[in-house]
Design a protein around this ligand. Sequence first.
Ligand SMILES: [Zn+2]
Length: 252
Amino acid sequence: MRLTNVLRLFLFLPLLFVVSRTIAQELTNENSDSLIGPHVQLRSTWKGNIKASKTLSILLLAGHADSQGISGSGTAGEAVGLLGAEPMDPLITDELYWNLKVCKEVARLGKINGLNITFYDPGVRKIIDEKDPKTNWTNGFYHAMNGGYSLEIHFDAYGEYGYGPGLIPALTLNLNTIDESLARNFGRYPILFRGGLGSPRRQIRILEIGKLEGKLEQKLRDKRTSDSTINLISLRIVNSILEGVGSETISN
Ligand SMILES: [Zn+2]
């Protein structure tokens, strides 16, 4: 190989790397766009303007992790609720089953990409007293009161009961750039959605990933695509947070 060709190759390789990385990022977004479905279509005007720090302590919670077998246990999903499929785990709703998987993957991806993020699982699946120190609400509330960011992961109800992907912000005027980025990438629920839900009243953000139905649910349930679907959704969440704290996004 002539010297000029070697030189060209050296100049070209980094460019190829940058281009392929950008394409991979776009493909990731495109795939997860069609997976999560149309964003929530409710009128909402809030903005998250306060700059979130790269070191902000983020606590992830799996929606309904402590309320199985009582009201507020989460959606059964279209497959179980409408089409007669067996639940993924007979002891918990399918929503919680997938919430737990996404939380673990978001925490894993977030940690290796420099986020100060942990996942809290109460372990006990049925806690009647909401003030019990083990509940999501108690832990999420105290984490937020101590200056942290509490984010609860959910899938929305199927059919006419769900609204679609989006962030339900906390009931506060102090919404930050992570809130803004999650809302841009998933959708923006009004600040007083349903008059103010239990979690947002306790300063815990709710992220609805998408309605547990159709293609999204089929890809989660299909053993061949389940792990990659969890990874793709988690990547979208982690990238939204990275964007929100002003860090570079990742492609896998
Ligand atoms: Zn839920």
